[in-house]
Design a protein around this ligand. Sequence first.
Ligand code: GDP
Length: 195
Amino acid sequence: MHVKEAEIVMSAVDPKQYPDTGFAEIALAGRSNVGKSSFINKLINRKALARTSSKPGKTQTLNFYLINNSFYFVDVPGYGYAKVSKTERAKWGQMLETYFTQRDTLRHVFLVVDFRHEPTEDDIQMKDFIEYYNLPYSVIATKCDKIPRGKWNQHFYRIKKALNIPSDESLIMFSKETGEGFEKAWTLIEGILAE
Ligand code: GDP
């Protein structure tokens, strides 16, 4: 897909603020700082449309990015940020639950994890959450440029096992530095949108 247009449409907390165009949505969930904004920016060939966060956990809204006037990437706020209060965390959980359960246009979730590390408890919880709500999902393991190629297989299968991912196709290695996974990610997105 050639991206002709990409724009930030809105930040929303409440369903009343979600866009009402009816376009398909692909959500991105993952820990703060894992590389969600960088993933979006790389896919749409922009340096910084999606805000890359220098302050993890500060984005407590759902951010909708309209792509080619045909679908949205929805960046959901990062989890696993120790410094947010219990109240903040509860509010965040509520917002996510509302979005995941009530949004008819949500087609697919990308769970973004760090290729370098074993998935955390937070990653596993998020995956369970996504499965609990029966949402189709894939896993993007990003920052793979930081691992030497000789170790890619080992990291790949460690993540696949820890998250109990059914097929190799549902786990995509990605890098905003080298563009690894760019084509695979777009092929996946095109498939999702064609369903
Ligand atoms: P977000 O909080 O999930 O949106 O994460 P960001 O996209 O803001 O990325 C957090 C940090 O990780 C930034 O310093 C990025 O430059 C860096 N980063 C993100 N993706 C990659 C990647 O593929 N490779 C490398 N080397 N760094 C990355």
